[in-house]
Design a protein around this ligand. Sequence first.
Ligand SMILES: NC(=O)c1ccc[n+]([C@@H]2O[C@H](COP(=O)([O-])OP(=O)(O)OC[C@H]3O[C@@H](n4cnc5c(N)ncnc54)[C@H](OP(=O)(O)O)[C@@H]3O)[C@@H](O)[C@H]2O)c1
Length: 246
Amino acid sequence: MRFTDKCVVILGGNAGIGLAAATMFAAEGAKLALTGRNRETLAAAAEACSALGLVSDMGDVSQTRAALAEIEQALGGIDVLFVNAGVGGFAPIPDVTEDFWDGIHNVNLRGAFFAIQHALPLMRDGGSIVITGSIGSVLAVPGNVAYAAAKAGLRAMARIVGKELLPRQIRVNMVSPGPTETEIFKRGASEAEIEATRAMLGGVVPLGRMGEAEEVARAVLFLASTEASFINGVDLYVDGGCVELG
Ligand SMILES: NC(=O)c1ccc[n+]([C@@H]2O[C@H](COP(=O)([O-])OP(=O)(O)OC[C@H]3O[C@@H](n4cnc5c(N)ncnc54)[C@H](OP(=O)(O)O)[C@@H]3O)[C@@H](O)[C@H]2O)c1
């Protein structure tokens, strides 16, 4: 029960890693607010976690601001902010359009930064921010240029946010997943394509398989908790060894 009565906000808490984390935070006593775009999955997640669920697109800063205002009304303040919302997309360099680039960066980098900026006045001193990065930020994976650049930008941003928040004792850490079993790589794909992607991705992981959302979420809760009270500014790879042993 590391989060009894702690106010935890998960931006992107209705699916995959965010939902796994929401379930675990709720089980450990947190008062939760979740955001997402999909009304149905958000309502289901909010009910399952006894959470406040707010439809909000992190790619639209005005929606983020509105959601945070509701969160302030409902929770009063934020002890843990988990900035997890993210979109994927692969395209080789000649196929990267401005719309494709902006679609990824608006959510994964721009949206994440302004969400943190607007959440800071609500954050309690001594709190914790965890941001979902990706091992894509440090690997040269063909076709991943837009996503990798956004996640690498997020890493750079996290360091500076962490530095500026030192006077408030708010720790800022990242969790960077390797290939993880969530909808992010399945959307719009056939069963055969999903199986082929799973085999390909699992094959490049030194542990020989994809990770589960819960395995990433456990690292998020650790970094968010006082167990990690002396851990600040790290990017924790939860990737079965991809970066260090690949
Ligand atoms: N799965 C992997 O292999 C992997 C690897 C490295 C990093 N990551 C990162 O992990 C994070 C979570 O992804 P996941 O794998 O759990 O994928 P997922 O199952 O697709 O979940 C993505 C979450 O982000 C939310 N989201 C996406 N765009 C949003 C937006 N514009 N505004 C608000 N919420 C938004 C989604 O809500 P809606 O469904 O309502 O849009 C959902 O809750 C992402 O940042 C992703 O880049 C994943």
